[in-house]
Design a protein around this ligand. Structure first.
Ligand SMILES: O=C(O)CCC(=O)C(=O)O
Ligand SMILES: [Fe+2]
Length: 433
């Protein structure tokens, strides 16, 4: 088994206390002791533990290795590789840099995260704090309405999954017993700009051609919640702008031209949810299996999700060995996780990470995921797989850089809208009727 020596000038400390990690920053020769549960935060602060173990070192308690030997084994590396990648924070300011090398560097980081984990944090993401606060406050006020009032917007009454889902109304993991969260779902509609629009009671907006996923949003009566719609849409459009900036980076990360996704995301799928997770009783959790938790273990359906979460915590990502790793809230960041559309589209080169939420905080938890996909119904380029056809196809072929004679396409072609719709139908099936 290969062994790696740390860099020469590293001051090797004594063994950390059980449950603590010792980590050294790439450029430093001293160590800090970090509680294991907040390791993601440590990495977010810039601690690195990568394959470049000559300069970087990370270890956990003397049970893992003998620090006096100053050696790290392959076994150790493979058991922690996921943590190392999972919890990286990328600075999004380079996404709009004029310097192509800066964009390329950011895309390379994203590429690593997408291949290994399917999960990363972004700072300097461009969504103003004020819009976040307003949307979260709007959500809190909505969820505080009576059940009767909220059920007027029952998601089952709307075309294509818009509106309110009560506690246990969803069952994200088919083996679960219903999710311990309530939600409010909306899709694309224009931002409210004029004061006339803002004061209007009407919910009529121009409809977009979203194929099988077409359907208007539903909104609470503006008399009872005057600021709600405006606040929610302001956040929505800001997050949408972030999503649109991510696609060129994913394209670069896949060795494609930055514009590759442009004509496939002219009216991109963008379902947003306001979520509320009541605290889950810890005693109940001890005695119960995990079939009724905040949101059951699942992968998302679209290309990627932009998730804002409050400080309560509870989001967890599963690593390749099946362990649940906390994706702790990090102020000033959003989480981006890949969904099944992108992993299918990339022939599994990019991973969609299995995740779940258990709200053990004792607090009400609020989060806002926005699921970003390709246009629901789009003429895509003919891929290598379909190169025998002269016709452009209404299909969803694998991305050309992800298929080759040695790695043929794994998945059947499918239209984006139909795929998303079928996944949503399965999630809500248990509370239909
Ligand atoms: O609330 C969260 O942190 C995650 C929500 C989620 O995974 C989802 O809605 O798909
Ligand atoms: Fe999710």
């Amino acid at each position: 088994m290969a062994q790696y020596s740390p860099q020469q000038n590293l001051q090797f400390p004594s063994s950390p206390a059980p449950g603590f990690l010792l980590a050294s920053q790439r450029t430093e020769s001293t160590f800090e002791q970090i509680p294991v549960m907040s390791v993601s935060y440590a990495f977010g602060k810039g601690f690195m533990a990568s394959q470049e173990l000559h300069s970087v070192l990370l270890f956990w308690s003397s049970s893992v290795m003998n620090p006096s030997e100053k050696l790290i084994t392959d076994e150790f590396i493979s058991s922690y590789l996921f943590l190392e990648y999972a919890m990286e924070i990328f600075d999004f300011k380079d996404a709009t840099s004029q310097d192509p090398r800066a964009r390329r560097e950011l895309a390379n980081l994203i590429r690593d995260a997408c291949i290994n984990v399917g999960f990363f944090y972004l700072k300097n993401h461009g969504i103003p704090e004020e819009l976040i606060e307003n949307a979260v406050e709007a959500g809190k006020t909505f969820f505080a309405l009576s059940e009767v009032e909220k059920m007027k917007l029952d998601i089952h009454k709307s075309p294509n999954f818009k509106g309110y889902t009560p506690l246990l109304g969803e069952n994200t993991n088919v083996e679960g017993l219903g999710d311990l969260h309530e939600g409010f779902d909306l899709g694309w509609e224009p931002e409210m700009r004029s004061s006339r629009e803002k004061n209007s009671q009407s919910t009529t907006v121009p409809l977009r051609d979203d194929g099988v996923m077409a359907g208007e949003n539903v909104w609470p009566d503006s008399g009872s919640l005057p600021e709600f719609r405006e606040a929610v849409l302001a956040y929505y459009h800001s997050a949408l702008r972030l999503g649109k900036l991510l696609f060129p980076l994913f394209a670069l990360a896949l060795d494609l031209p930055e514009t590759f996704f442009d004509d496939k995301t002219t009216k991109p799928a963008a379902i947003m949810r306001l979520l509320h997770y009541p605290p889950q009783s810890p005693t109940k959790l001890d005695t119960q299996d995990d079939r009724q938790i905040g949101i059951g273990s699942h992968t998302d359906y679209e290309c990627f999700t932009i998730l804002w979460q409050d400080a309560a915590g509870g989001l967890q990502v599963q690593n390749p060995s099946g362990k649940w790793i906390d994706a702790v809230p990090i102020p000033g960041t959003v989480v981006v996780n890949l969904g099944d559309q992108l992993s299918r589209w990339t022939n599994d080169v990019f991973k969609s990470a299995v995740h779940r939420v258990i709200n053990r905080s004792g607090l009400e938890r609020y989060s806002i995921p926005l699921f970003f996909g390709s246009d629901y119904n789009v003429l895509l380029e003919v891929s290598e797989m379909n190169s025998s056809s002269r016709e452009p196809l209404l299909i969803w072929p694998p991305i050309p850089t992800c298929v080759s004679p040695g790695t043929p396409a794994k998945y059947q072609v499918v239209m984006a809208g139909e795929y998303v719709k079928s996944r949503l139908e399965a999630t809500y099936a248990h509370s239909a009727n």
